[in-house]
Write a protein that binds this ligand. Structure first.
Ligand SMILES: Cc1cc2nc3c(=O)[nH]c(=O)nc-3n(C[C@H](O)[C@H](O)[C@H](O)COP(=O)(O)OP(=O)(O)OC[C@H]3O[C@@H](n4cnc5c(N)ncnc54)[C@H](O)[C@@H]3O)c2cc1C
Ligand SMILES: NC(=O)c1ccc[n+]([C@@H]2O[C@H](COP(=O)([O-])OP(=O)(O)OC[C@H]3O[C@@H](n4cnc5c(N)ncnc54)[C@H](OP(=O)(O)O)[C@@H]3O)[C@@H](O)[C@H]2O)c1
Length: 318
């Protein structure tokens, strides 16, 4: 079931050949993977239904909970950051911001499962993940050794609550992340509906070193390609362990918590936190998530809870 993509007959075909790992794919016609272009196809009638209409809930679909799926693409950003794509069956459904559990057997035959945020958009015919390869990491060090064609286990359904539908309202979306905590935000940006939901989207990302800045070209291309009437994207990057490189690249230096307290984050985003407009997502290092949550709380922002709408939704990676 997983080796062959059953593709949606409603999606337009396009040949994609670009250098960013999120777009370089196959030397053959593939479906348009850029949600903005998809939206353009849709609006000019080449596609007849919006992506969300062809991605209904899969609760009625009778499929095995665990499947073995091949890696169809891999890209090493540096020695410790890796993106992989695995084949995706149409029946695997998710919302941007959710995570999948993927698994590998260890030498004793026991399966190691780990959660990974899904980087790809629901309209894309693969599942993409962005992984840090941890020295001695039980799972990540194993994945790093796999190549295209190798198989990993995928559990369904997708899980998680770091999803935009949990915010009832809001105009400015602050997507705050550390390291691989960027992953779920890429999925949101690749999904055209995010761009019509908010007036402003701020990606605030801190990494240790400049070589850890992944997906930058794609984010900048998306920022440049938004149309009038869609959200404006503000991209604030910070390097925490390379002050000279930060200065040379004209990006911030320092932790997002420090930059928030000093006002630098708002200044560089060109937007003020606002109780009526601002909605925050925090993802990645749990110490950052906790510290940032406390800073926002002190400024009068509240956690979004199931029965009590608020400003903040979080995802801790460990
Ligand atoms: C909901 C959820 C989503 C996740 N999404 C991602 C993702 O998109 N990409 C990703 O790389 N990881 C993600 N993780 C973490 C992932 O599940 C694994 O924990 C991680 O890959 C390490 O697994 P490991 O077995 O190699 O090392 P482990 O032995 O599990 O981890 C060793 C230590 O490494 C540190 N660590 C773990 N994950 C990270 C990380 N992502 N960045 C920095 N330090 C870390 C922690 O200190 C941890 O105790 C997510 C975790 C959760 C709960
Ligand atoms: N060269 C290498 O081999 C290399 C390089 C990077 C990572 N790694 C490995 O990858 C692992 C994960 O590293 P990572 O960089 O992906 O994740 P990380 O340690 O969580 O760091 C990611 C970002 O989060 C920031 N941060 C950490 N704690 C914070 C807090 N309490 N408040 C606010 N910000 C905080 C970091 O700033 P600070 O820099 O100030 O902590 C950094 O900018 C490391 O443990 C290491 O094993 C290896």
């Amino acid at each position: 079931m997983y080796g062959e993509h059953r593709r949606h007959e409603l999606r337009p075909l396009a040949t994609v050949s670009r250098s960013s790992p999120s777009t370089v794919l196959f030397n053959r016609p593939v479906r348009e993977t850029n949600p903005l272009k998809w939206a353009a196809f849709y609006s000019c009638g080449l596609a007849t239904r919006a992506p969300q209409e062809i991605m209904p809930d899969d609760t009625a679909v009778d499929v095995p909970k665990i499947a073995e799926v091949p890696i169809v693409y891999r890209h090493e950003w540096n020695s410790h950051l890796l993106s992989i794509r695995i084949a995706r069956d149409d029946t695997y459904r998710f919302r941007p911001g959710q995570f999948a559990r993927i698994g590998l057997k260890d030498e004793t035959g026991e399966t190691i499962w780990r959660a990974y945020s899904i980087v790809s958009a629901p309209q894309q015919p693969f599942l993409e993940f962005f992984l840090v390869v941890l020295p001695g990491g039980k799972f990540s060090a194993r994945v790093a050794k796999l190549g295209t064609g190798d198989k990993i286990l995928l559990e369904r359904p997708a899980q998680g609550f770091l999803t935009l539908d949990r915010f009832a309202d809001g105009e400015d979306l602050w997507l705050i992340g550390t390291g691989t905590g960027l992953a779920p935000y890429i999925s949101m940006l690749r999904d055209a509906s995010t761009w019509t939901r908010f007036n402003n989207i701020v990606i605030s990302l801190s990494v240790r070193e400049s070589c850890d800045l992944a997906y930058v070209e794609e984010i900048e291309a998306l920022a440049a390609s938004h149309n009038a009437g869609e959200a404006k994207l503000h991209f604030v990057k910070s390097l925490t362990r390379e002050p000279d490189a930060a200065a040379a690249a004209n990006v911030l230096h320092g932790r997002l918590t420090t930059l928030t307290e000093s006002g630098e984050l708002e200044k560089h985003a060109g937007l003020k936190f606002d109780h009526t407009k601002s909605r925050f997502m925090l993802c990645g290092n749990p110490e950052m998530v906790e510290a940032m949550r406390a800073i926002l709380k002190a400024r009068g922002f509240a956690m979004n809870r199931r029965l009590t709408p608020g400003h903040i939704i979080v995802e801790n990676y460990w």
